[in-house]
Design a protein around this ligand. Structure first.
Ligand code: SAM
Length: 464
């Protein structure tokens, strides 16, 4: 793989850049595959059937990603499409460098797992960082936004698979968030960029790369940051990252932030052996982190984070009122849902959406003016006093533990995921959730002489 000459020349003064080893690693053809385990689901799975070690449950010779407690490198790339656990949301295939977000969260919010922080992942599709954030901020609310409508579908699909009820998916322009002034404790801007860090994974990115595009991306990154800045609260944290090596999109943007907004530097502890390059922005002396594939096991990545000092006043909310499920209908849900005392049930058309009571005001606020594609957990439709459960419910952590769970072997699971007819010995009649290796895959309805497969048409796997 030939890296563009103009890129190599432009990186001559980039912190930590080594032309020889950088070119060698691109020419070597080496590919790195990494996954991040869904730790919420791992704790939730049916332990009697699942393996008891999250690493061995999936991949035998996986090795840990040093900066992420749930990240693993795989010795080779398996067919994820043909692994039922991938469809169950048991893990996410994510580039290892970007998993460094965990270190940032743990540094800036030591109480991240117990406090109800509000976090925005502004440029979120397909959802690598959003799913990671929703895993870390278990008591928090994570808004995953993707401005490009066609890409917001895959983000919502990945959020459904991940199964956390604290993940909201929106599709708005960064500027739209200005109505949520001073609202978020943390905003992650994983900005659209010229993509040089992804050359090893995506040969197309090489064809599209040019110095003009770097300049264009740099301007767009400034615009995005300027638009989103008001939504961050005072003392809130802004994380800015790219998968570009170009200083014009990295340290220069960091300095631009420092020149235009009141920020305080944040340093994240990095161990010597990790190979991550610490760089200091030339003007404002803000700490940044660079990931080079010749120094770490992963792709090119850049990240910096700052604390916001001095904020504008918080805008008064213009709150939307929801219709709620009548109390008399709630009993129908008990068979399916655990912890319903902590939940409110919003009626949206024919669908019922479960939302934690503590987040209802936030949902109202988000709903008034933003395009919300997914929130809480869609439970399904109540028709004639019966719940027609949604796929989202089966994959969520709201499901009761004592349901009609039907264990499938690999062949049966693949038949189910292809939405084919399936045969299971002596199943119990009625609604059932099929499971594989302890993980929920989705609904079936067992009738007297057949099993109806309720796997969503749009998710079904086509590969044989
Ligand atoms: N954070 C994602 C993850 O970890 O899976 C990857 C995000 S990708 C680097 C950047 C995203 O920004 C893309 O999904 C792209 O559609 C979106 N984007 C493009 N133009 C944008 C803009 N003007 N404002 C905000 N986001 C934009």
């Amino acid at each position: 793989m030939q890296v563009p000459k103009a890129l190599i020349e432009s990186l001559a003064n980039a912190p930590g850049f080594n032309k020889v080893t950088f070119e060698n690693i691109h020419q070597s053809g080496e590919q790195v595959t990494s996954v991040r385990i869904n730790s919420g689901k791992y704790r939730f799975v049916h332990k009697d059937t699942a393996a008891d070690d999250s690493k061995n449950l999936f991949f035998e010779s996986a090795t840990p990603v040093p900066w992420c407690s749930t990240g693993y490198y795989l010795p080779e790339r398996p067919s994820f499409t043909l692994d039922p656990l991938f469809h169950a949301g048991a893990y996410y295939v994510q580039e290892a460098s970007s998993m460094f977000l965990e270190q940032i969260v743990k540094t800036v919010f030591p109480d991240y797992s117990v406090m109800p922080y509000r976090v925005l992942d502004l440029c979120a599709a397909p959802g690598g960082k959003s799913t990671q954030l929703s895993d870390l901020f278990t008591e928090g609310l994570v808004v995953a936004n993707e401005v490009i409508k066609t890409r917001s579908g895959i983000l919502a699909e990945n959020a459904v698979k991940w199964g956390n009820d604290n993940l909201v998916v929106t599709s708005n322009d960064p500027k739209d968030f200005q109505r949520l002034q001073g609202y978020f404790d943390m905003v992650v801007v994983d900005a659209p960029c010229s993509g040089s860090g992804m050359f090893r994974k995506d040969a197309e990115a090489i064809k599209e790369w040019s110095l003009q595009n770097v300049a264009y991306c740099s301007k767009r990154q400034q615009r995005i940051l300027e638009d989103i800045w008001p939504a961050l609260k005072e003392d809130g944290i802004l994380v800015y990252s790219t998968c570009s090596y170009s200083t014009a999109e990295d340290e220069t943007i960091t300095d631009w932030l420092g020149n235009n907004f009141p920020v305080e530097n944040i340093a994240v502890p990095v161990r010597d052996g990790w190979g991550i390059v610490e760089s200091i922005s030339p003007e404002k002396k803000l700490t940044c982190y660079r990931f080079y594939p010749d120094k770490i096991k992963g792709e090119g990545f850049f990240v910096t984070c700052v604390r916001k000092k001095n904020s504008e006043a918080i805008a008064g909310p213009n709150v939307k009122k929801f219709s709620l499920l009548p109390n008399k209908s709630k009993g129908i849900l008990n068979e399916f849902i655990a912890g319903s005392n902590e939940l409110d049930f919003i009626l949206k058309g024919e669908e019922t959406i479960a939302v934690k009571k503590k987040w209802m005001e936030d949902m109202s606020l988000l709903f008034s003016g933003m395009y919300v594609k997914k929130m809480g957990v869609n439970i399904g439709k109540i028709l004639r006093d019966e719940l027609i459960p949604s796929h989202e419910l089966a994959l969520s952590m709201l499901m009761v533990s004592n349901f009609n769970y039907i264990e499938l072997n690999t062949e049966q699971a693949l038949q189910y995921l292809r939405r084919n007819n399936m045969y299971v010995q002596h199943p119990q009649k009625g609604w059932g959730v099929v499971i594989y290796n302890g993980y929920n895959l989705g609904w079936v309805k067992v009738l007297a002489n057949r099993i109806n497969n309720y796997y969503p048409q749009s998710f079904r796997i086509l590969k044989q």
